[in-house]
Design a binder for this molecule. Structure first.
Ligand SMILES: NC(=O)c1ccc[n+]([C@@H]2O[C@H](COP(=O)([O-])OP(=O)(O)OC[C@H]3O[C@@H](n4cnc5c(N)ncnc54)[C@H](O)[C@@H]3O)[C@@H](O)[C@H]2O)c1
Length: 323
């Protein structure tokens, strides 16, 4: 129990959907370390129970099931909604199945948030840079027209629109964060959908060559997972004060895939062998975000250099291989 202003107050209870996944588990760790109570709703499709501290309450359930979400939301003070099939590729083959989770799950969360307590509870949710499509501009701002090119991007954009409706119609404070390329420990390299850094790190840890699709000159905005968790926490502070909105979570720095491979090698203290493969159809040439709105709205900016983030990530992969 906490004492505030002479009154007993229950510690905050946060629901984290997708809390056993890559980003969610880092968030759960920080919330637990802060002394908050945390409940996770996760179907463990890509997440692992072992990713979160042992005493964390984990409800194994599907975010696409309204009853499971309503149950998980009972007594909750605030919700971080991260559960999704985080794969553009899978959304193109399993359109109906992924949309049921990626959009249907968000609507379930928003609906449960509006009737969770006496008043609607705040929701911070994961959107994605995939909402922008491929406009070919050097820096993506939130004011940029969104033209998603995949069911995944369309569902993330639709989630943002539903969140805006939840705010307008039901006073649910909602902050949506458009994550760019998140990387760090616990990103699963064995998944065909995992991030390029986890695949590079894994290849190096196994002494094999790095595979690059196309000429390697496509550029991305890599943001370290600890910084992303910081953005989530700051977004919850804003939502907790009744604010709503959308903002990029990015660094504003462009890194080409070829440059990234060299950086990964440098961080590992080794020369990398690169194997250039045919380009993947629809691969976006340029995806770099403008972090100005996050700085103004959330008072957040990424603090981890690519060099430092890569070192931490590589150390983790190395340790994993030894166990
Ligand atoms: N990693 C990135 O670079 C990135 C970029 C943009 C957006 N995002 C978004 O951030 C969020 C977290 O992504 P991540 O990288 O940690 O992925 P992840 O796959 O590691 O985590 C997703 C979690 O959601 C769970 N989940 C999936 N379907 C579910 C369902 N039907 N019901 C309940 N739980 C379910 C998984 O088991 C997993 O624990 C996702 O919403 C993703 O779309 C991630």
């Amino acid at each position: 129990m906490l004492i505030t202003g002479g009154k007993w107050r229950r510690p905050e209870l946060f629901l984290v959907t997708g809390g056993c996944g890559f980003i969610g588990s880092h968030l759960v760790e920080v919330l637990c370390a802060r002394g908050s109570h945390v409940r996770v709703l996760d179907d463990l499709s890509t997440g692992k129970r072992a990713n979160v501290p042992a005493l964390t309450e984990v409800i194994e359930g599907d975010v696409a099931d309204p009853a499971a979400v309503a149950h998980a939301m009972s007594d909750v003070d605030a919700c971080f909604h991260l559960a999704a099939v985080a794969s553009v590729a899978r959304s193109t083959t399993d359109w109906v199945g992924t949309s049921r989770i990626n959009l249907g799950g968000t609507v379930n969360v928003l609906d449960a948030a509006r009737c969770a307590r006496e008043a609607p509870i705040p929701v911070v949710f994961a959107s994605s840079a995939a909402v922008y499509g491929n406009p070919g501009v050097p820096l993506l701002r939130e004011s940029q027209e969104t033209v998603p090119l995949s069911p995944y991007g369309a569902d993330k954009r639709a989630s943002e629109l539903h969140a805006a409706v939840a705010t307008q119609l039901h006073n649910v404070p909602c902050v949506g964060l458009r994550f760019f390329n998140v990387y760090g420990p616990r990103q699963d390299p064995s998944s065909p959908y995992s991030g390029v850094i986890s695949r590079f790190a894994d290849a190096l840890a196994r002494n094999s060559t790095i595979e690059i699709f196309g000429d390697g000159e496509q550029v991305r905005d890599f943001v370290f997972v600890h910084d992303v968790v910081d953005a989530l926490m700051k977004a919850m502070e804003r939502a907790g004060q009744g604010e709503s909105g959308i903002c990029n979570v990015c660094t504003g720095r462009a890194t080409s895939i070829r440059e990234l491979a060299l950086n990964v090698g440098r961080a590992a203290g080794t020369d990398v062998g690169m194997n250039l493969l045919p380009p993947r159809p629809g691969d976006i040439r340029q995806s770099v975000g403008d972090p100005t709105k996050a700085r103004d709205m959330l008072r957040w900016q990424s603090r981890t250099s690519l060099e430092a983030g890569l070192k931490t990530t590589l150390t983790w992969y190395h340790e994993c291989l030894q166990h």
